[in-house]
Write a protein that binds this ligand. Sequence first.
Ligand SMILES: [Zn+2]
Length: 244
Amino acid sequence: MDIHVLGVGESADPALPNSSVIVSADGFRLMIDCGHSVPPVLWRELPDPDAVDALCFTHHHPDHCFGLVPALIRWTDDRRSKPLGIVTTADGRRQLGQLFQAGGIDPERSLSFPLQWSETPAEGEVGPFRIRTAPTLHAIPNLAIRLEAGGKSFAYSGDGRATEESEALFRGADLLFHECLTVEPDRSQPFHAAYTQLSGLPDRLAIRAMRLYHVRRDLRRELAAACAADPRIALAIPGERIAL
Ligand SMILES: [Zn+2]
């Protein structure tokens, strides 16, 4: 299993694209989230219009899904013909329908390739991956994702604080990517995770490595210093490729 980190930024980071990764196994590429600042990095790093097989959304804030319509338009311009899987919730699909409408896109007629929708399962399969999901505590429903293939496991939190369910999902993961907006919990941000809430997870949940992303734009240095205490924990790096 390979992880290609497209973006690690929070919603309003002036330098780092919104958080998004591409997870691949057996030649199948599953992209997780596609926020408003992700398309340019996607076009730079994966210019082949057929590169992505499916897209899975953790939730539907703009920094996680507003890049979808521009991505689809570019793939159509580049004459993609391969179907694109879209995995999201029923509410998420309704919201994406409104985005298509706002962008003047009829997904049945305007695209050069078909969309194949499926509802995010609690447990199921996407391409070669076994997928499981669990809710985090966020301002709108957010599903953390666990993917397993070839005996390896990768988990991605989306946004939000960990819950009993998401911690059970993360248990024993080879690699966990977790949202981490601040170092200490911030009372004005009850729906985002903080380093001091996450630093015990590798021990408590037998997680081999953890990468933190969606860090508040003015806290990256402070968080990197905090992470230095545990070699299993580090900031996620844009452009990084990790082989599990
Ligand atoms: Zn969010």
